[in-house]
Design a protein around this ligand. Structure first.
Ligand code: NAD
Ligand SMILES: O=C(O)C(=O)C[C@@H](O)[C@H](O)[C@H](O)COP(=O)(O)O
Ligand code: ZN
Length: 360
């Protein structure tokens, strides 16, 4: 028998994350530094287009690029197979080839959807992330997880596909609705919970959006750096990277159960972090008082920490079986050993059952 070994060289994954106020106005120049060709498709949503679309287009055209703006409806419903198909059609219509570039300009929905379109169209085209929500700046634009949702669950179709550049301009956060700003704070607080107690304590001192914005470059840098370390250690999400899923096992099930309409991602993981930590605290797996500390910080950032109708848990819990951390029929969850330190454990399906008895 003859045997051949094919050595696959991984997609080059080194790429810069640039964080600076006002950077969006330098976009053309920044893109020139990574991309010598002409054609760029910019994928965005209606809200972002209305605020920044024309300037971004002009800026890129002044730098010599030929630009097509593709504008989608805002909201989680857009992270769908229908919108993915629509994007492929627009790419083909524009004549986008493998050597051309796509820019995802928007929040996590645009970044995930357009990123997956980039990963799959022509088996992969070049792309850059230009995140415009706090959540996207601290989390979704970094690390290459791209995906769409299915009715059965969050992010069930996707890839690991890194951008070539991430441009983070904190100034664009000024135009966010308060609720969207809070969604980002849910992920910010997550980083403190899983990896950095000092950062968690620092966040406790910032009790207004203005105070957060006064520290924003530092906050974004801290979060991106934690994510960078975890992604470099475990790009394909089989060990350490899973810690970024704290609160997500339940959070994703909540989002899917309500058809991605009732709770945003940030709100759902806020509820999910408190719920799992309370279960662990009651079991003696997490320290006494940690749930209260997390809950106070989330509430102060205007995030919900309990389901409005906890009787829905009987129908939400079965959806946890679709979680991507489940391997060989076992359920894996992220829990806190203490604030600032997390690990994963395997549990049985009845682990979340206290929620059925109203323990949340
Ligand atoms: N890939 C990852 O690693 C990762 C990480 C975390 C979350 N996510 C995904 O991210 C998504 C949530 O992202 P999100 O919270 O950014 O939501 P989003 O993309 O839906 O944006 C929220 C709202 O803010 C608007 N918006 C965006 N930028 C704006 C700006 N600068 N000013 C005013 N309005 C603006 C949008 O139009 C939208 O209405 C979820 O699908 C979640 O699963 C992915
Ligand atoms: O980048 C990661 O890894 C994360 O888990 C970050 C999460 O905040 C994010 O919501 C991610 O999309 C969830 O990933 P999934 O694999 O559970 O879909
Ligand atoms: Zn998340």
């Amino acid at each position: 028998m003859a045997e051949l070994m094919i050595n696959i060289t991984e997609q080059p994954a080194d790429y810069p994350l640039k964080i600076e106020k006002g950077l969006l106005s330098q976009l053309g120049k920044e893109i020139q530094s990574i991309y010598p060709n002409e054609k760029i498709a910019v994928v965005t949503d209606e809200n972002v287009y209305a605020l920044y679309g024309k300037n971004v287009q002009l800026n890129l055209e002044e730098a010599g690029f030929s630009v097509k703006m593709i504008v989608l409806a805002p909201g989680e419903q857009t992270k769908s197979i229908d919108q993915l198909t629509y994007l492929y059609g627009e790419f083909i219509h524009f004549g986008l080839t493998r050597s051309d570039l796509m820019i995802a300009l928007g929040g996590g929905v645009i970044g995930d959807l357009a990123g997956y379109a980039a990963a799959s169209y022509l088996r992969g085209i070049r792309y850059a992330q230009v995140p415009t929500t706090l959540l996207a700046q601290v989390d979704s634009s970094v690390g290459g997880k791209v995906a769409i949702d299915l009715p059965q669950g969050k992010n069930l179709v996707g890839d690991f596909y890194h951008p070539e550049l991430v441009i983070i301009d904190p100034d664009v956060l000024d135009t966010l609705e308060d609720t969207t700003f809070s969604d980002g704070m849910a992920e910010v607080i997550k980083y403190g919970c899983i990896r950095d107690k000092d950062f968690f304590n620092h966040l406790k001192k910032l009790d207004s959006r203005q105070m957060i914005m006064d520290n924003i470059e530092n906050i974004i840098y801290t979060c991106c750096n934690i994510k960078r370390i975890l992604v470099e250690e475990d790009e394909k999400d089989v060990s350490q990277r899973m810690l970024l899923n704290f609160g997500h096992t339940l959070g994703h099930a909540i989002e899917a159960y309500y058809n991605y309409e009732k709770y945003t991602h940030g709100q759902a993981i806020s509820i999910g972090m408190v719920a799992i930590n309370k279960i662990c605290e009651d079991l003696g797996l997490s320290p006494k008082g940690s749930t209260q500390a997390i809950e106070i910080l989330l509430n102060r950032n205007h995030l919900p920490t309990h389901l409005i109708d906890s009787s829905d848990y009987s129908e939400i819990l079965p959806l946890i079986k679709n979680d991507k951390k489940n391997l060989d029929g076992s359920l894996k969850v992220v829990i806190l050993e203490k604030l600032g330190q997390a690990y994963t454990i395997e549990v049985t399906a009845d682990f979340f059952n206290p929620l059925l008895k109203g323990v949340s």
